[in-house]
Design a protein around this ligand. Sequence first.
Ligand code: BES
Ligand code: MN
Ligand code: ZN
Length: 515
Amino acid sequence: MIRIGARTGDVRHVAADVLVHFVFEEWQKSPDDVDALRTLTGGDLLTEGGTGFAGRERETLLLFPRNLSTARLLLVGAGARGTWSRERLRRAGAASAKAVRGMGLRTAAFTEPGRKVTAALAAGRGEDPAEAYGCALAEGILLGLYRYDKYQTKKNPAPDLLRSISFMTESPSREKGIARGIGFASLVCESTCLARDLENAPGNEIYPESLAAIARSAGRRSGFHVRVLDERNIRSLGMGGLLGVARGSRRPPRLLVMEYRGGRTGRHRGARGKPPVVLVGKGVTFDSGGISIKPSAGMAEMKMDMSGGAVVIATMQAAARLKLPLHLVGIVPAAENLPGGAALRPGDILRHHNGMTSEVDNTDAEGRLILADALSYAGRYDPAIVIDIATLTGAVVVALGHVATGMMGNDTEAMRLLKESGERTYERVWELPMFEEYDGLIKSEIADVKNTGGRWAGAITAAMFLRRFTGRYGWVHLDIAGTSIIEDPTDYTPRGGSGVGVRLLIDFLRRRGAR
Ligand code: BES
Ligand code: MN
Ligand code: ZN
């Protein structure tokens, strides 16, 4: 992985293959911007003009000025100055890093934009603008450079030679802040990329047992506890939903239970006794639909139906590596949904962990069946809050597209915080209502509840189903079906699994704990 660091010094004398400099639209109108460019180019760009470079987002211009120690100067468009934001910085970082990698270079240094501009990046009160700058820029770079190419024996496109990047600054105190931001971003992005790797990995690599093994090794490396319950344990817990969904597959189900007790020693004594935050992630390692089988077109995407589980594992890892002062539990019910001679049938009735029964109207509504058991099981931790995260419905994609995660729940304070975290991380969430009328749609004539709600409000009826299995705790449900599985790449999110949820949840946990 690439190394990113902060450094104090004069950008004209830095040793790197390329110096990257952000340029805003209408830079000619800002004396500071003109000055900065004149220093870097020796005035060439200003006098010659006619390059057509306007500073628009994603625009780049490569120059070879004589007065720099670096052979190359890469100007990268930063867009309109007035609306500069963390998100725009992430995008500019990603565009820069991809351009530098594309040129086959090994090292790069970034100039620091003026203080007036970076001041706008500190969104919250008491936040350090230098830290916000280092964090957002590093996030854009690290997430933008991500590629899933482990199965390409002939790497295509060109191999990645980029090894190290410096964020330059003129003051040692800003260097410290920038370095803190980089440090945080590195840990969180490493975990986001772990989630992406798990999502993008094919179903023949990731199945319940192998997912459990990966959680185990992540726990060993990063310092959280992992317990894996096998089929027998799952049966004795009465988890009929998890067993039912797994029945059609040769791969047996697993229940992953992870626990991190932060701050047991030192300053944050006492986190141990606090009621935990419990994260629950849908871990369907492949969703064929089962007997209610899906059409073949696009079915391959359903290798990513364990995204929620991947995000929970990755968030446990990030929380542990960041040493967040909190008690965190992660629960991932993992199963493969296949048709077969032993498979669950439409019409079957299952008995869940809390004793309630569900009528399986459609075997493709399997996520809620396994989450039902996990949500009920979560009650044993007497949680402060339970957040489940799942690629649960196609209906949420119809409602919100690939832009926002659907959010439902009963804990308004947590939902407010999550919405803020969504804006800060740009992993945005949007609340859908849980009006009582929707509950009527999942009534069963024969069991306590039915696993489908008919044609309308599919994302909501799925949440209404989950709600039946929640205990006496605050609860939020995040439906990431649209935001986790990406068809059209954007600046720092390539096609495939996005890892959405890791940055969101870590920001939420951090700020929730800080209150
Ligand atoms: N994993 C799917 C939901 C999904 C769809 C995720 C598209 C990502 C992209 C889920 O298990 C499912 O099949 N849901 C059904 C529910 C229906 C049968 C009530 C759906 O959304 O069609
Ligand atoms: Mn399904
Ligand atoms: Zn599914």
